[in-house]
Design a protein around this ligand. Structure first.
Ligand SMILES: C[S@@+](CC[C@H](N)C(=O)[O-])C[C@H]1O[C@@H](n2cnc3c(N)ncnc32)[C@H](O)[C@@H]1O
Length: 207
């Protein structure tokens, strides 16, 4: 890991600006994410760590839902040359995502849609659905459950959702395991900092 003057993290092959980086401070004067999309959350590193041990075929079509700054999607674009869409209900996160796409030299498409609005049309050409730290309220369980169901119906082959292990996320995992299979695994990482969490997975890689 390099920590460039403590304003930037370079880990898992991606560059991330810290909150105090001048470019982030400049964006914060103009854009205020409303629903916790104001930073890169630790669970996104869990997804990158998972992908370190696997390979997605070049050109895999990935959607990151509740993407915030979109670092897991950027990782997939950079490492696997995946075609990535970052979807979020809050458009205020996209300037931060686009800045990170730019510094990582990866093209990412943004989509201003909430979980409920990601209809079959948006999912029919997707191979992999990912999300990190997107199930932190009870009210998020049902929309995510139906989104995952729609995604599988439309042919999505792999679903990966990571979380610190909050109760709504456990509930989501329980419901999905009951109705659609899948498995919940505890995971820990030590870079860029120590963190323990969980990943819920449906499907296998390679697919
Ligand atoms: C805790 S942040 C996580 C951001 C990013 N996934 C990460 O790990 O760094 C939660 C994100 O979910 C988005 N979000 C919350 N509710 C949503 C919904 N119903 N549909 C889509 N995105 C949502 C927020 O705007 C925010 O960007």
């Amino acid at each position: 890991m390099t920590d460039n003057g403590k304003n930037e993290i370079y880990e898992y092959g991606v560059h991330v600006y810290r909150a105090r980086h001048e470019k982030i401070r400049a964006l914060k004067r103009l854009h205020s994410p409303r629903c916790h999309g104001f930073r890169v959350w630790p669970s996104s590193w869990l997804l990158m760590d998972f992908f370190e041990r696997t390979i997605l075929p070049k050109g895999t079509r990935v959607i990151e839902v509740g993407c915030g700054w979109g670092l897991s999607g950027i990782y997939c674009a950079k490492k696997f040359e995946a075609t990535v869409t970052g979807a979020d209900k809050d458009p205020e996160v996209f300037p931060y995502l686009l800045l990170h796409a730019e510094i990582n030299r990866t093209p990412i498409t943004t989509l201003n849609k909430g979980f409920d609005e990601l209809t079959c049309n948006y999912l029919k050409d997707i191979d992999v659905l990912i999300g990190s730290d997107i199930c932190f309220w009870d009210s998020m369980v049902r929309p995510l459950e139906t989104l995952v169901g729609r995604a599988l119906d439309m042919g999505v082959k792999l679903v990966l959702i990571s979380d610190p292990g909050r109760l709504p996320f456990d509930k989501l995992g329980e419901n999905l395991s009951k109705n659609m299979s899948g498995e919940m695994r505890s995971r820990s990482l030590h870079h860029p900092y120590s963190f323990e969490g969980k990943i819920f997975k449906i499907g296998t890689v390679p697919f």
